[in-house]
Design a protein around this ligand. Structure first.
Ligand code: PLP
Length: 407
């Protein structure tokens, strides 16, 4: 139990901590698999593997190998799902999951506040294959109820939305989806360890490992966490979208992400600590900030109910600079004094900032962006792990003064 009236669950961090795999020669890290294909002493086993997985056996690295399997097992622990499959990017995880769940004529109900790439996939690409999407505000249960009419295959949302940082009520959404026979798919990229969507009812949990989980901004990767039957379905040699689309993660990358995963709890706490400090200071200057750890955060009650409080309120915050010009001037000033980088992505050990309206959410039609509050002056911050956070704040404050956002 992590909050007085919050959901009881085992801690994701403790489950990951207890996952220990050693290498072939007793190394403290698992051995890195170095083969695209695997030998068989028994031709019968090779034949059988084309029909069903055999414990301990690997077939061909386009699907998986010992390194990607270990990473998948560790991430299944993280999300508390029976199984998981690592992929070559977050988008690969999303695409292969949704293509596995849908067919021509299927309807998806998606939060309208999702990562721009996901929005573009649903809006521009899937209709070509007869899969249509109704976009709704997932923080409005009545709107979701209304959208879930007729036959709906999937209800899709992000646990903490990109970039506006809203928190849908995941337990309620799971109930609504399941009542209509839909699968509930949640992208938990912005809030690993903070939220455990599967424990709140999500059937499938996706991550872009590119972000907080890897934390080094040195590769792209993703994961699909689900029950064993769904992971087996993805892996089927004759029809599985992971086997046949080939969204394959390299084994050396899988091994490095696996090692970084084990520092995630410490990193999330430090990201949250630093973001909380900046959010409060920005708010102290009367600036328009959104951060789940602020008292006026719009979904504060739901966030508090769903989150593991030991993990803080996350590393993401947004600030509306008032105009695109001011946002650009601020980001350039921040980069110049080495507060961080003007770059897309998030979860890096250094601070990253970008203007989502002109970049990672630019795929969303302008009218939709403006209706949801995604203004041209919005800056999204992924706050870094700075030990000297007060010094970084002094520099930040200097930049706010320089561009005229504070007196
Ligand atoms: N999900 C979210 C919430 C994201 O922000 C992103 C990318 O920014 C993705 C998925 C896609 O991940 P990737 O870039 O690893 O394909």
């Amino acid at each position: 139990m992590h909050s007085p009236d919050g959901p009881a669950r085992s801690s994701a961090a403790s489950r990951v901590q207890d996952f220990q795999v050693f290498g072939e020669f007793g190394e403290v890290n698992p051995s890195i698999s170095d083969g695209s294909t695997f030998t068989f002493l028994d031709p019968g086993k090779l034949k059988a593997l084309f029909h069903a997985p055999i414990p301990g056996c690997h077939l061909y690295s386009r699907l998986e190998n010992p390194s990607t399997r270990v990473l998948g097992q560790a991430l299944a622990r993280l999300e508390g799902t029976p199984a998981a499959h690592a992929t070559a990017s977050g988008m690969a995880a999303i695409t292969t999951t949704l293509m596995a769940l849908c067919e021509q004529g299927s309807v998806i109900v998606s939060d309208r506040l999702v990562y721009g790439g996901t929005h573009a996939l649903l809006r521009n690409v899937f209709p070509r294959y007869g899969i249509t999407t109704r976009f709704v505000d997932c923080t409005d249960p009545d709107a979701v109820r209304a959208a879930l009419k007729g036959e709906v295959r999937v209800l899709y949302c992000e646990s903490l939305t990109n970039p506006l940082l809203r928190t849908p009520d995941l337990a309620l959404l799971a109930e609504l989806a399941h009542a209509r026979g839909a699968r509930f798919v949640v992208d938990n990229t912005f809030a690993p360890l903070i939220f455990a969507p599967h424990e709140l009812g999500a059937d499938i949990v996706i991550h872009s490992l590119t972000k907080f989980i890897n934390g080094m901004s040195d590769c792209v990767a993703g994961v699909i966490c689900a029950d064993q039957a769904f992971i087996d379905e993805l892996s089927d040699a004759g029809s599985g979208t992971c086997m046949l689309f080939g969204p394959t993660l390299d084994s050396a990358r899988a091994a490095s992400i696996y090692k970084n995963l084990h520092t995630l709890p410490a990193r999330m706490i430090q990201h949250g600590h630093n973001a909380q400090l900046w959010a409060e200071r920005l708010r102290g200057h009367g600036l328009k900030v959104c951060y789940p750890g602020l008292p006026d955060y719009p979904d504060r009650a739901i966030f508090a109910h769903q989150a593991d409080p030991r993990m803080g309120s996350g590393g993401m915050l947004t600030m509306d600079a008032g105009s695109e010009d001011l946002a650009e001037a601020l980001m350039l000033a921040l980069q110049e004094v080495q507060v961080g980088f003007l770059a897309v992505s998030l979860g890096y050990y250094r601070t990253l900032f970008s203007p989502p309206g002109a970049s990672t959410s630019s795929e969303i039609p302008e009218s939709e962006r403006l209706a949801t509050g995604l203004t041209p002056g919005l800056v999204r911050f992924s706050v870094g792990l700075d030990f000297e956070i007060e010094r970084s704040w002094e520099r930040f404050e200097g930049c706010l003064r320089k561009v005229g956002l504070i007196g």
